[in-house]
Design a protein around this ligand. Structure first.
Ligand code: HEM
Ligand SMILES: *[C@@H]1O[C@H](CO)[C@@H](O)[C@H](O)[C@H]1NC(C)=O
Ligand SMILES: *[C@@H]1O[C@H](CO)[C@@H](O)[C@H](O)[C@H]1NC(C)=O
Ligand SMILES: *[C@@H]1O[C@H](CO)[C@@H](O)[C@H](O)[C@H]1NC(C)=O
Ligand SMILES: *[C@@H]1O[C@H](CO)[C@@H](O)[C@H](O)[C@H]1NC(C)=O
Ligand SMILES: *[C@@H]1O[C@H](CO)[C@@H](O)[C@H](O)[C@H]1NC(C)=O
Ligand SMILES: *[C@@H]1O[C@H](CO)[C@@H](O)[C@H](O)[C@H]1NC(C)=O
Ligand SMILES: *[C@@H]1O[C@H](CO)[C@@H](O)[C@H](O)[C@H]1NC(C)=O
Length: 345
């Protein structure tokens, strides 16, 4: 009877693993080899948060931009070398990715404690969860065991990362390619509950939307005045606005009530509610009404996103320095500073 229960239990576990596809990753992956990994990551981010209230937003976005390009494999972290064309120069990333230095700081601290053990891809995944917590958002068990890529792909970064001018259909399509459905799209967009965007990401809504000579009709007129002050018509586009005008640095469900008030910052935010008859409207409303429901979904969708295209086993490598493939430090001559590498080893 007992062995029958074990057989059934194993069968059920296998069924769960096969169904979810997370067979290779496990939250306890480093429990023997790097037991203090989580507190180390947490401490570095927590310390950085004292001087940068935006740190969590910047780190969650790095994880997203990693996962949508060749999977969650740390490819976004690779710098230009003779053999690597950095994804950091792709249009959605250029002058926009922040706090790569903090990722390197985490890596240095982790290497000190557990040399040659923890991937940069896993560090980004843990950092995303820590960022949620520090902002007041949900925590979740973090499947680990990713390996780092040997390549980057700037073409895919330009192709796969959705832009702020996207229609709802385009957003859905870019998530579907990654195995993420409409609920995941609405849920993960909720990460715009904190962080900033540059005027260039939304100025098209403020003065002459789609050549109409008028602002975007789905933009709250009070909010419009605020945004026009931040982004004058002929400005360079680098001024910053909070993605969430209500609680700019807090991870909560205000993003969704903002949409109900036509206070979404990006066109790609507002379309989730303002596209006529869209199936996303009910989801936005349900998250706006119930923060626990949003948090519950956010945990599920973040774990799902963190599982995209992962390298495991003996695929890829564990990078020694997140900005370079191992043994490719010769490429430092181009665009990189040797000091940066030496000081972080
Ligand atoms: C749905 C499609 C999405 C689009 C079109 C989009 C677009 C953007 C844009 C244009 C910015 C501002 C960048 C800048 O001006 O420098 C931004 C910022 C941000 N995005 Fe998204 N995003 C999307 C989904 C996501 C997802 C899935 C996440 C995470 C789960 C995320 C997290 C963030 C965060 C936290 C920021 C602020 C970063 C900071 O302050 O450093 N976004 N996004
Ligand atoms: C980037 O991805 C595209 C599309 O999958 C592929 O055709 C191309 O060969 C890749 N480039 C590199 C440098 O891996
Ligand atoms: C708005 O843009 C359209 C198309 O680019 C242009 O023809 C029109 O003159 C612009 N209107 C204003 C008021 O600037
Ligand atoms: C912006 O520049 C255009 C021409 O480049 C000019 O006609 C317009 O008056 C300027 N608008 C403002 C608000 O400065
Ligand atoms: C515009 O936003 C304000 C809050 O910022 C809200 O009170 C008002 O109802 C919104 N207007 C519309 C049309 O949603
Ligand atoms: C909010 O969602 C949670 C999680 O699904 C659920 O347990 C709870 O009953 C909901 N609360 C309300 C007021 O609907
Ligand atoms: C979308 O994915 C979520 C998990 O992220 C799942 O719970 C939900 O059933 C899926 N929805 C549809 C319509 O397939
Ligand atoms: C990698 O490139 C970034 C700019 O994208 C630069 O700030 C950083 O110093 C470089 N890292 C190293 C170790 O050279």
């Amino acid at each position: 009877m007992g062995s029958m229960r074990i057989v059934l239990g194993v069968a059920l576990w296998c069924a769960v693993l096969m169904h979810t596809g997370y067979a290779q990753l496990s939250p306890s992956f480093y429990s023997q080899t790097c037991p203090f990994l989580y507190p180390i990551v947490f401490r570095v981010i927590y310390e950085a948060s004292h001087t940068d209230p935006r740190i969590g937003a910047s780190l969650i976005r790095l994880h997203f931009h990693d996962c949508f390009v060749q999977g969650c494999d740390g490819s976004v972290l690779l710098n230009n070398t003779d053999t690597i064309v950095s994804e950091q120069d792709a249009f959605p990333n250029r002058n926009s990715l922040k706090r790569l230095d903090v990722v390197n700081k985490i890596k240095t601290a982790v290497e000190e404690e557990c040399p040659n053990t923890v991937s940069c891809a896993d560090i980004l995944t843990i950092a995303a969860e820590v960022s949620s917590i520090l902002g007041g958002g949900p925590s979740w068990p973090i499947p680990l065991g990713r390996r780092d890529s040997l390549t980057a792909n700037i073409t895919l970064a330009n192709q796969n990362l959705p832009g702020p001018f996207s229609t709802l259909d385009q957003l859905k399509a870019s998530f579907l390619v990654q195995g993420l459905n409409t609920t995941d799209l609405v849920t993960l967009s909720g990460a715009h509950t904190f962080g900033r965007a540059r005027c260039s990401a939304f100025i098209n809504r403020l003065y002459n939307f789609s050549g109409t000579g008028n602002p975007d009709p789905t933009l709250n007129t009070t909010y419009l005045q605020t945004l026009r002050l931040i982004c004058p018509q002929n400005s360079t586009g680098n001024n910053l606005a909070n993605l969430d005008l209500t609680t700019p640095n807090h991870f909560d469900n205000k993003y969704y009530s903002n949409l109900q008030n036509l206070n979404g910052l990006l066109h790609s935010d507002q379309v989730l509610l303002s596209t006529p008859n869209a199936d996303t409207i009910a989801i936005v409303n349900s998250f706006s009404n119930n923060q626990s429901l949003f948090f519950l979904n956010f945990r599920v969708s973040m774990i799902k996103m963190a599982n995209i295209g992962v390298l495991t086993g003996d695929e890829g490598e564990i990078r020694l320095q997140c900005n370079f493939v191992n043994g490719n430090s010769a490429g430092l001559a181009r665009g990189g500073s040797k000091d940066g590498l030496l000081s972080s080893l």
